[in-house]
Design a protein around this ligand. Structure first.
Ligand code: TYM
Length: 346
């Protein structure tokens, strides 16, 4: 096992990334990498095999994978650091191999109870619900367990999958001895990333839903590739409420609260400070303008940094990391293969 504790996360490349992805996973990861790489190993990968658990345009997938990596860098991931690894899941075969083994210790019932599976499969006819969608959490568990990752920054929608990772890891350890490092319980993860709960950025048009990159209309979604003008229009059109006064209250006022959350995270200020600035104000128009300005300037800045990311160093970093990750993951895989009787015990 590695001596440095591991922080690990991944974002699928099934569509353009959103500010929900950015704030929920990229920002906490990059913050940690900037402040603590050296103390920790940082694994930031693209789960490309997860990208087509629901139908996508395969003609675009490869470019989107590379674009995601560039997004990580534009967001500030220090790829020159020796403790920072960026890699593609499909370039490290142990992910698929460990998944099969874990599959055989996972119940149909527990997979059927996964909220994400239930939500996504509800929109598809039975024959279009892929086995990959059903199996998604097992591959995710393999992604995490292969590298002995303790910390996994994800948005609130992935909490259940993280809990499953702990369950399947503990189940294997119980049956076969200490095979895997178990990621920390979810509340401890929040503590580590300095939060009191998992983040859920909501759709601007329907704030009862989470902002999702696979949303059909995209009207309530701010993509990292949206022009500042388009993003401004989306914010100005965001659903609010009829209270007529800005207040932070996610139950009663999810729309306004969502905007306050985005504002605090993008401006890097504590939530209570941003709330104090705006609570009690009665013009939602002015409030939205304030939010739109911060979002537009974030996007302008971010897109300029993205355009400036050079492809060649990215590709060489990927290759280096993938060699290292293949070696590392093979060790965990071999340990598991030995435990289940596929390889002789050394
Ligand atoms: P994906 O691509 O669906 O989402 C990537 C990350 O973005 C977070 N996220 C959000 N956070 C806050 N508000 C939102 N509206 C919002 N929408 C998305 C997600 O929670 C996620 O952290 N299954 C993972 C990908 C994955 C993975 C892993 C992550 C595969 N293997 C291993 C960590 C470790 C996912 O949801 O991807």
């Amino acid at each position: 096992m590695m001596s440095k504790p591991v922080i690990l996360t991944g974002l699928r490349a099934n569509n353009d990334l959103t500010i929900g992805n950015y704030l929920g996973a990229i920002l906490p990861m990059v913050d940690m990498a900037k402040k603590r790489a050296g103390e920790y190993r940082v694994n930031m990968f693209v789960p490309d095999l997860h990208s087509f658990t629901t139908p996508i345009d395969h003609g675009q997938l490869y470019d989107q994978v590379i674009n995601n990596i560039k997004v990580y860098i534009a967001a500030g991931l220090p790829i020159d650091h020796d403790d920072v690894y960026v890699y593609r899941q499909s370039y490290v075969p142990a992910h698929s191999e460990l998944t099969w083994i874990l599959d055989c210790f996972t119940g149909m019932g527990e997979m059927s109870r996964m909220t994400q599976f239930k939500d996504k499969s509800a929109k598809l006819s039975e024959d279009r619900i892929s086995l990959g969608l059903f199996n998604y959490p097992v591959l995710m568990a393999a992604d995490i367990l292969l590298y002995d990752a303790s910390y996994v920054p994800v948005g609130d929608d992935q909490t259940q999958h993280l809990e499953f990772t702990r369950d399947i890891g503990e189940r294997m350890n119980k049956q076969f001895g200490e095979l895997f490092t178990i990621p920390l319980p979810v509340p401890k993860q929040h503590e580590f990333f300095g939060k009191d709960q998992g983040l859920r950025i909501r759709d601007l048009v329907d704030p009862t839903k989470k902002m999702s990159k696979s949303d059909e209309t995209g009207r309530g979604v701010i993509f990292l590739s949206d022009s500042p003008e388009v993003a401004t229009k989306k914010i100005m059109g965001a659903a609010t409420d009829s209270f007529g006064e800005v207040a932070f209250d996610s139950k009663e006022r999810p729309g306004v609260t969502n905007l306050l959350t985005i504002l605090a995270l993008l401006s890097g200020k504590p939530q209570h400070e941003v709330n104090a600035e705006w609570e009690g104000k009665t013009s939602y128009g002015d409030f939205k303008k304030g939010v739109a300005e911060v979002v537009a300037s974030f996007l302008t800045d971010f897109q300029a940094r993205l355009a400036a990311v050079d492809e060649q160093p990215v590709l060489s970093k990927l290759e280096q990391s993938e060699v290292a990750m293949r070696a590392l993951s093979e060790k965990t895989l071999l340990r598991t293969q030995q435990a289940v009787g596929l390889r002789p015990k050394s």
